[in-house]
Design a protein around this ligand. Structure first.
Ligand code: 3EB
Length: 329
């Protein structure tokens, strides 16, 4: 068996141990400010989320090819040969969240157009006070309205990319993303209603994201699994029961891995990077135990303390299949 090099890698690290500087796409800090060692050209965002452990953590994105900085309007990013990474803060100002989200996404589409990486493949949205009321409509629902408007105007894909949307405890609201020249293949979970088809009880506009996205060729694909929680159909399961929610969330992750199919047939635990969002940092030990049992002990895990977009959800997990698929020699 021979392994091809993945075009993209992520590493969750405690200290700013920075790999090959000219291949850095971007760094996100959790409870961690911009490292002094980081080259000025590398995009950095201090996310408004804290690590569950309290120990500062970095999420370090690298490309297989050298990168160069790219700035378009308020979007700070970088581009390699085949991928772009970008970050933007929301400016809620006078206009409010809905307009701020719409504008931020329109700015992202301008970045994509100017850099030539026209197809977004993965979005992360971190919103302040995600479930707070804003003049009669929850902020997450206003976020969905703004995102929907921008996607309607500019998204070229038939279905929206993979995403996560979590609540921040401090600081402002931000979006970061990965984009490519070719769209990823969207994957849905047969156990769940597609989020973009959720009924109106969850807000005037459905959440625009697909459950997972497979990017690259069959020989060297990267799988991005969106934020995944204890939802079956469109309903939250296991209200108030963290063990039940963890088990249901893992069932949903496994269903998506099955849907991704042959691209992952040689997958190993070390190929995975998981980001786990906990409403209460005390849930970490239970999640860790359940993930070990389901997927083995390898791979990377980053535990964050976050609010989740439904007040009844206690845990949400996203995943990236980190290494390239193996090609039989
Ligand atoms: C859900 O399945 C849980 O609005 O971008 C997960 C991933 C969730 C992404 C988003 C929301 C989003 O509906 C919430």
């Amino acid at each position: 068996m021979q392994r091809t090099q993945a075009s993209l890698a992520v590493r969750y690290a405690g200290l700013p141990l920075l790999p090959s500087h000219d291949h850095l796409l971007g760094v996100i800090g959790y409870g961690a400010a911009r490292p002094g060692l980081l080259p000025a050209s590398c995009p950095f965002m201090m996310a408004p989320l804290l690590p569950a452990s309290g120990t500062p953590a970095y999420e370090i994105w690298t490309a297989a090819a050298p990168t160069r900085p790219c700035q378009v309007g308020p979007v700070t990013g970088s581009c390699s040969q085949d991928l772009a990474f970008g970050t933007v803060w929301l400016d809620e100002g006078e206009e409010g969240l809905e307009s701020a989200v719409e504008q931020a996404y329109l700015d992202i589409f301008a970045f994509l157009e100017q850099t030539g990486f026209n197809e977004p493949i993965r979005f992360w949205n971190y919103l302040t006070a995600i479930t707070a009321d804003d003049q009669g409509l929850e902020r997450y629902r206003r976020f969905n309205v703004g995102r929907h408007r921008a996607f309607l105007a500019r998204l070229r894909q038939a279905v929206p990319p993979a995403a996560s949307c979590l609540g921040a405890h401090q600081g402002g609201s931000m979006i970061y993303f990965l984009a490519a020249r070719e769209a990823a293949k969207a994957i849905e979970n047969p156990r769940q209603v597609s989020a973009y088809a959720y009924p109106a009880q969850y807000g005037p506009r459905s959440p625009s994201f697909s459950r997972a996205a497979l990017h690259g060729s069959e020989q060297s694909a990267t799988l991005f699994i969106s934020g995944t929680a204890s939802i079956v159909g469109h309903e939250t399961r296991h209200l108030g029961d963290v063990h039940g929610q963890i088990a249901e969330t893992i069932e949903n992750l496994q269903a998506l891995i099955t849907e991704a199919g042959s691209a992952l047939s040689h997958s190993q635990p070390d190929d995975w990077a998981l980001k786990i969002y906990l409403r209460d940092p005390l849930y970490q030990a239970d999640v860790e135990r359940a993930l070990d049992a389901a997927f083995g002990t390898g791979g990377q895990r980053l535990y964050l303390h976050a609010e989740i977009c439904r007040t009844d959800l206690l845990v949400e997990i996203e995943a990236m299949h980190h290494a390239a698929a193996k090609i039989p020699a």
